[in-house]
Design a binder for this molecule. Sequence first.
Ligand code: GDP
Length: 409
Amino acid sequence: MNVVIIGAQWGDEGKGKIVDYLAEDAKYVVRYSGGPNAGHTIVVDGKQFALHQVPSGILYKDKTVFLGSGMVIDPEALFDELKMLKDNGIDWEGRVFISDRAQLILPKYRTMDKERDAQRKRPIGTTGRGMGIAYAEKAHRDGVRLADLDWAEKMAEFDGEDLEYINRYKDQLLSMRVDLVAKMHEFKKDNILFEGAQGAMLDIDSGTYPYVSSGTSCAAGACTGSGIGPHEIDRILGVFKAYQTRVGNGPMPTEFNEADESESELCRYVRDTGREYGVTTGRARRCGYLDLVALRYACRFNSMDGLVLTHLDIYDTMDQIEACVAYEIDGKIVTDFPSNVDMLNKAKPVLEKFDGWKTSLKEIKKYSKLPKNARKYIEFIEAFTETPVSIVSVGYERNETFIRKNPWK
Ligand code: GDP
């Protein structure tokens, strides 16, 4: 059985925790897009792991993980991450493999990435790790894949720092290479979890272009980025937070207005309680009301079978919760997510109010035990998005999670 997990917002939804949680029932975990700028945080027994390129299933001793063809891989950062795992008692050797069709990030891409963003009239706010350049070089047909490392004619095109860098990591990388199409076929009868990076709203085609990542972070990327066809996908789950966050530039219609006193206070509360600071960059994330217009759009273009609601506990002390159900743009009410950035920048959220539950959700292990007002909030989301909430997360620990509908069954 194959289950795909994606972020349903602009990333940082808590995918790492959910992949780690669902990986228990999987034999293999495949990360299919993105590169070192993704940051997934997993907390197990009070110990926190920040993963960037290694799939989140690695923390289980019996899982084998794959870095997929849709990824752009920074070898230096990857081996640092693997060393960090080993130093923390996670024995990964023989359990981490890389698709020979995955692209590599070369040292010069990082400089090019920063320079290009600085030259832009409207900077995207990239993390400057060379991912965008690696994807652009791939599209230009000038990229370098793992499979190219022992193609002499191709290697003869490199010199200086890039060649030295490639030679430094070549043997280690080649020792981890696999043909992922062949592997996926071989493992057809096993449970495979496909892990997306970033979020659906940052997808290169359906996200808020040009303020997007350069990869295919929507569910369809699980096919193109690993080596299986769409018929092979059994379930697609989208992870979303009970509120909204975004990192970097780009439209975010429900962003709290920090010039307004009460919204600024709410922003500070959500940011601090939800620990909304980037894992990779430490940057404070932009925060806002849950955007149901955007979430419904993401459910539609990803054929989501179910949603995973995280960070519901952040609202535990609030009297009232608000979520956006439409946008007001130039005096008109809009209910479909616009593709035009100008319209998104002008959009004012139309908010629906919900009563809070004023109690801690941390110990709750069953949907029926949630306070009535928390259930009302969830049921509203389900009706609005026409998608069931299959899993609820009420804290950052692995066990602060409960399943309503198990995607593996
Ligand atoms: P990812 O990139 O989607 O994996 O998300 P991040 O790891 O960047 O951010 C998620 C953060 O939220 C991490 O610090 C998690 O430990 C934490 N987290 C995940 N689920 C929950 C939850 O339900 N409640 C709270 N309070 N924190 C959560």
